[in-house]
Design a protein around this ligand. Structure first.
Ligand code: CS2
Length: 489
């Protein structure tokens, strides 16, 4: 049946869906007790699933109010479906589609600012989760809030009611909650950054410090006493949804879902045990709540995300389109395994075993049901590369050829920042694209490979690595082969 003839997903059409594909909770019985910022596919396939299952297992009414930082359209589309949407898990053994019912309210940060503030002030809301991406933090390379960033500067100038960034809105909303003496609250970062809780705390506190609020010192004290920022590791491969995914979800459900998500069957969530108040019992759905997440966090960032970025830039240079394509080349699997061996000495000894982790990655990245575009992973490199590769390069010996896999990967990124006909080469996007493009020319308009590599490293906050002769020489030496589409591992 064509999608034109099918009814849309909503509470009144749930009965048409197979019983084992319906939500595990009764959406009408839930209250918004978690506020989530960042309405992307990842949240819908990850935290929202854990929260639904935790609520169902515990019989507690944990609903989520989701906030789209930019796209009012996504929030409206979700509202049009009574906040219901489907997840399709695709693995080697086939696929399964089911509807998730934990989202109870969908808002857009700009138009719905007053409602977001009201939720932040609500004592019953004791958890905020966030997937706002690395760039959504507006950090300087040293981790402090970039008050010169135009969006942050505008929020600081606008005052508490006018904040449009997540960081500004959160700072203002938390300040109001604290002033009103409402209950403590936990801010749970779910972005791919090391010590992500600490990173989020730094920018929220930084916003309050930079504000002109007369009571800002008092607000800072109250935040320190009543707001916690646990670090977490989230993991699930969830590519951007395509039209084909929408068709497949409709065919499976029998109703049209405008916002389906597709992901691998695997998922993991490790949370630091530092909560200020009540939270869903996510561990009832397999989440791990541990005293220290660092061993898991560094392993995941440096091995999974690090390998993802390396496959993205090298794969694009070699003409591949998806992660599975890159894995099917002669070098893909070797890259994942040798990168893990290179990174292993920089990982905490009490984390997962790096070579076993790499073996799992080979299988996950090769999943034939998942079309994860290299262009998507390669975007925002100026924010991802400093998290995924640069700390490893700093911790390893610095001589030429000392980190051969990361030198090659870095050359892949350098190559991808080259200005192309539409922005960056290969169509990757980056908020720093113009600054990166400018690194390809010196003041006289000449391009010298070693100098370009130095300027690019400088531009992403790594002057120390830019000054490391062995590294920049090795990276520059890979560029001619990459320009010819060859990955020489
Ligand atoms: C990816 C991640 O887009 C990217 O940069 O590396 O989104 C990755 O798929 C997830 O972190 C997997 O958990």
């Amino acid at each position: 049946m064509s999608t034109l003839l099918r009814a849309g997903l909503g509470r009144d059409t749930l009965a048409r869906i197979a019983a084992d594909a319906r939500p595990l909770v009764e959406p009408g019985a839930l209250r918004p007790r978690v506020l989530h910022l960042g309405l992307g596919a990842f949240h819908r396939a990850h935290q929202a699933v854990y929260t639904e299952r935790a609520a169902a297992a515990a019989g507690e009414p944990w609903g989520i109010a989701v906030v789209a930082p930019r796209s009012a359209d996504t929030a409206a589309a979700l509202r049009a479906q009574d906040c219901l949407y489907s997840v399709t898990e695709r693995g080697a053994a086939g696929s399964r589609t089911f509807v998730v019912g934990s989202v109870v309210e969908a808002l857009a940060l700009g138009p719905d600012a007053a409602r977001v503030d009201a939720l932040l002030a609500e004592p019953d809301v004791s958890v905020v989760t966030l997937t706002i991406t690395e760039k959504g933090h507006h950090r300087r390379p040293d981790g402090t809030l970039d008050t010169a960033d135009p969006a942050i500067a505008a929020d600081l100038a606008a005052g508490p009611d006018g904040a449009r960034t997540v960081v500004g809105r959160l700072a203002a909303g938390l300040a109001a909650r604290m002033r009103a003496g409402a209950a403590p609250i936990s801010m749970v970062s779910c972005d791919n950054m090391s010590a992500n809780g600490t990173a989020l705390a730094a920018v929220v506190r930084g916003f309050v410090e930079a504000s002109s609020w007369p009571d800002r010192d008092r607000v800072l004290e109250l935040l320190a006493a009543a707001v916690t920022f646990p670090s977490t590791i989230v993991d699930r491969i969830v590519p951007a949804t395509t039209d084909a995914d929408r068709e497949a979800a409709a065919a499976s459900l029998g109703v049209v879902d405008a916002l389906p998500v597709v992901g691998e069957p695997y998922r993991q969530w490790v949370l630091e045990d530092r909560f200020a108040g009540a939270r869903p019992s996510w561990e009832r759905d397999g989440a791990l709540v541990v005293p220290d997440v660092a061993p898991f966090q560094l392993t995941k960032l440096r091995l999974l995300n690090g390998a993802h970025s390396a496959l993205a830039y090298l794969g694009l240079a070699a003409g591949a389109t998806t992660i599975a394509d890159a894995m099917a080349t002669g070098w893909g699997e070797t890259l994942v395994r040798t990168l893990a061996a290179e990174v292993a000495p920089t990982l905490p000894a009490d984390g997962p075993d790096p070579s076993a982790y790499a073996a799992d990655l080979v299988e996950r990245f090769g999943n034939p049901g998942i079309r994860h575009l290299l262009r998507q992973i390669g975007s925002d490199g100026s924010h991802k590369v400093p998290e995924r590769w640069l700390p490893v390069l700093r911790e390893r010996p610095r001589g030429i050829g000392q980190s051969p896999v990361l030198e090659l990967a870095l050359a892949g990124w350098v190559h991808a920042t080259r200005p192309g006909p539409q922005g960056q080469l290969f169509g990757t996007t980056d908020p720093a694209a113009d600054a990166l493009a400018a690194c390809w020319r010196d003041r006289e308009g000449h391009a010298d490979a070693v100098a370009t590599v130095r300027r690019l490293l400088d531009a992403i906050g790594a002057p120390d690595l830019a000054a490391t002769d062995g590294l920049v020489t090795a990276v520059a030496a890979h560029l001619p082969a990459l320009s010819a589409g060859r990955v020489e591992l």
